[in-house]
Design a protein around this ligand. Structure first.
Ligand code: HEM
Length: 264
C-alpha cells in the first residue's frame, strides 16, 4: 500500500541516515525539544530554555537581531558585487557604471548594498541606545557592552572604507577630508594618515587598501566580534530582564483540581 505524506515523513525521520544527522529523535516532549535545540549546529547557540519576558518584542525591539540581519544582507550582496568590481583606478568607476547600466539587476544589487549599509549604521546606534535605556550594560554585561563598542567602530569603518570604492568625485573628496582628519592626531597623526592611504594622497594605493579593509579585514573582524557578542549573551545568563517588571501570574488551576482540594 502506498504511504501517505505523513507516513513518508515519519519513515524518513526514523531512517538510519536521518538519525545519524539529527540525533534528537522525534517527539514533542520538553526533552525532545531541548535536544533539538542543543544538538543542532545553528540552534545550539540559543539557550534551550528562556524566560518569556526576555524574548518579548518590547524588551529589545529586536534591534540587535535586525542589525545582524542587515549585516548578513551586506555580506551576501557584497560577495555578489565583488564579482563585478576591480579595485583599480581606471576600472573601478567604469565597473560601477556597468553595474548601473549593463549588468542585469546590477542597480538593484548596488542599491540593496548601499541602503542596507545605511540601515545597519542606523540600527546599530538604535540598538546601543535601547540597551543603554534598559540599563542592560550593567554587571555582568559590561564586557559585552565593550564588545558592542568595538562592533560600532567596525560598522562605521566598514561604511567609511566602502565609501571610496565607487571612485567618483564624492568618494574621492570624502576620503580626502576624512583621512586628513587622521593627520590631526597628536604625534602619530602623519603616520596614521600614511598607513591608511599607502602614501600621502588618495590614489591607487589607497583604493587597494580600502578594498582589502572593506572586503576582508573588517568583515572578518565583525564576524569574530559578533560571535563573541552572541556567546557573551549566553554566558551572561541570557538577555537582561528588568527586576522591577511584574512577574506574570501563573494561569489559575483547573476547576476540578481546586474542588478536589476543598473536599480534602
Ligand atoms: C554589529 C553590531 C551588533 C550586532 C549584530 C549586535 C547583536 C545583538 C543581538 C542579536 C543581541 C540580542 C538582543 C537584541 O536582539 O537586541 C544583542 C544584545 C546586546 N548588545 Fe548588541 N549588537 C551589535 C552592536 C552592539 C553595540 C554597539 C552595543 C553597545 C555599545 C551592544 C551591546 C549589547 C548588549 C549589552 C547586549 C545584551 C543586552 C541584554 O542583555 O539585554 N551591541 N546584540
Amino acid at each position: 500500500m502506498p504511504l501517505n505524506a505523513g507516513q513518508l515523513i515519519d519513515k524518513v525521520r526514523g531512517s538510519r541516515v536521518w538519525r545519524s544527522v539529527f540525533r534528537s529523535g522525534t517527539g514533542s516532549s520538553t526533552l525532545h525539544r531541548a535536544l533539538a535545540i542543543q544538538q543542532n549546529i545553528f540552534l545550539h547557540l540559543f539557550a534551550t530554555k528562556v524566560r518569556k519576558r526576555m524574548v518579548r518584542f518590547s524588551a529589545t525591539w529586536f534591534l540587535g537581531t535586525l542589525t545582524f540581519g542587515t549585516f548578513l544582507i551586506l555580506v551576501i550582496t557584497g560577495i555578489l558585487l565583488m564579482l563585478y568590481y576591480h579595485p583599480s583606478v581606471p576600472q573601478a568607476y567604469a565597473d560601477m557604471k556597468d553595474l548601473q547600466f549593463v549588468v542585469s539587476s546590477g542597480l538593484f544589487l548596488r542599491n540593496l548594498h548601499r541602503w542596507s549599509a545605511q540601515l545597519m549604521v542606523f540600527l546599530v546606534f538604535a540598538h546601543m541606545f535601547k540597551v543603554f535605556y534598559r540599563g542592560a550594560y550593567r554587571t555582568p554585561r559590561e564586557f559585552n557592552w565593550v564588545i558592542g563598542v568595538v562592533l560600532l567602530l567596525v560598522t562605521l569603518l566598514l561604511s567609511y572604507t566602502g565609501y571610496l570604492l565607487p571612485w567618483d568625485q564624492l568618494a574621492f573628496w570624502a576620503i580626502t577630508v576624512g583621512s586628513n582628519l587622521s593627520s590631526s592626531v597628536p604625534l602619530v597623526g602623519g603616520k596614521i594618515h600614511f598607513l591608511l592611504l599607502g602614501g600621502n594622497q588618495v590614489n591607487a594605493n589607497a583604493l587597494l587598501r580600502f578594498y582589502v579593509l572593506h572586503c576582508v579585514v573588517l568583515p572578518l573582524a565583525a564576524i569574530l566580534f559578533i560571535a563573541v557578542h552572541f556567546w557573551r549573551i549566553r554566558k551572561d545568563g541570557g538577555l537582561y530582564v528588568q527586576q522591577s517588571e511584574p512577574i506574570p501570574k501563573p494561569p489559575p488551576a483547573p476547576e476540578s483540581a481546586a474542588t478536589a482540594k476543598e473536599g480534602q
